[in-house]
Design a protein around this ligand. Structure first.
Ligand code: ZN
Length: 294
């Protein structure tokens, strides 16, 4: 599979920010501040990351580079091995917990089976972590506030740049829907809290890692989806709660909640149907536990 890497932007986005687009797989973001450059995520392979660094070329010469890994999902940080040695790689402390979990190795071996482009992956771990809610990078002209936004993943971090009203939401916001980490109601609540936290920033741009948009309206659409999910699950008769195919019942399918564009590739539709299935399962668990998640 040959994936193109290109630099792009959005209308009215500050020119100190560049979106690094690896076809329709994932976007990373490059931010140039007075004091240092910041790369948020390193794409899915070292080869892709190396191409991104080459494209950024001249920008990397005159000031230090700081890397942020938004979370330990393969498509966001497996490019770390292409970074120059000694580069600071910042992540939430929970990222290291995820990497210690055997499932992290399992994902790598599964992906190696799936495609030759993953054969040379070496997991490079973040070397600076923070354990609380926030960490701040003071770039001089721009401030990057790293905000812990769990729910999609326990280690997920979004970046808020207040001077220009830009939120790099990564996977906390997604179109048509984000996916919850597990069926635990607490994870669903965390995801909705993260969405509310991002909504309350009142950003001019909410830059996503998937979906190729920076429209702030996606945040409200995601919250409306979870509110509708709560309401429809509340209406279900008790005997339906254990139905493993609940997500296929009329009124409970992905398409009954959100608009799925006709042009969306079939495999992408299946991907989001599975995200919806996970979210629905967590919403059912929340109802069983009378746990308010939104
Ligand atoms: Zn992702």
């Amino acid at each position: 599979m040959d994936i193109t890497v290109e630099l792009c932007s959005y209308p009215d986005l500050d020119d100190r920010i560049a979106i690094i687009r690896a076809a329709d797989e994932v976007d990373s973001v490059f931010v140039r501040t007075e004091r240092f450059n910041v790369l948020i995520d390193t794409l899915a392979t070292p080869a892709l990351c190396a191409r991104a660094l080459k494209l950024l070329g001249g920008h990397l010469q005159d000031r230090p580079l700081v890397v942020v890994n938004s979370h330990m999902d393969w498509d966001h940080f497996w490019g770390n091995a292409a970074l120059p040695g000694g580069v600071p790689i910042v992540a939430h402390a929970k990222a290291l917990e995820r990497l210690r979990d055997p499932s992290s190795r399992q994902t790598l071996s599964d992906k190696m089976q799936e495609s030759a482009r993953f054969h040379d992956i070496e997991i490079i771990t973040p070397n600076i972590t923070f354990a609380g809610e926030e960490m701040t990078l003071h770039g001089g002209d721009l401030t990057l506030e790293l905000i812990h936004t769990p729910g999609h993943a326990p280690d997920h971090v979004s970046v808020w740049i207040p001077e220009i009203g830009v939120c790099l939401a990564v996977d906390a916001v997604e179109t048509p829907i984000p996916e919850v980490w597990s069926k635990a109601p607490a994870d669903l609540r965390a995801l909705c809290s993260s969405l509310k936290r991002i909504r309350d920033l009142k950003a001019n741009h909410v830059v996503l890692a998937h979906g190729q948009t920076s429209a702030p309206a996606i945040v409200d659409e995601n919250l409306s989806y979870f509110a509708a999910l709560r309401d429809r699950v509340a209406e279900l008769a008790d005997e339906h709660l254990a139905d493993p195919a609940l997500n296929e019942r009329p009124g409970l399918r992905l398409q009954d909640f959100v608009n799925v564009p006709a042009a969306m590739p079939a495999e992408t539709v299946v991907f989001y149907e599975n995200c919806h299935k996970s979210n629905l399962r967590a919403a059912v668990e929340a109802r069983k536990a009378t746990f308010a998640f939104i």
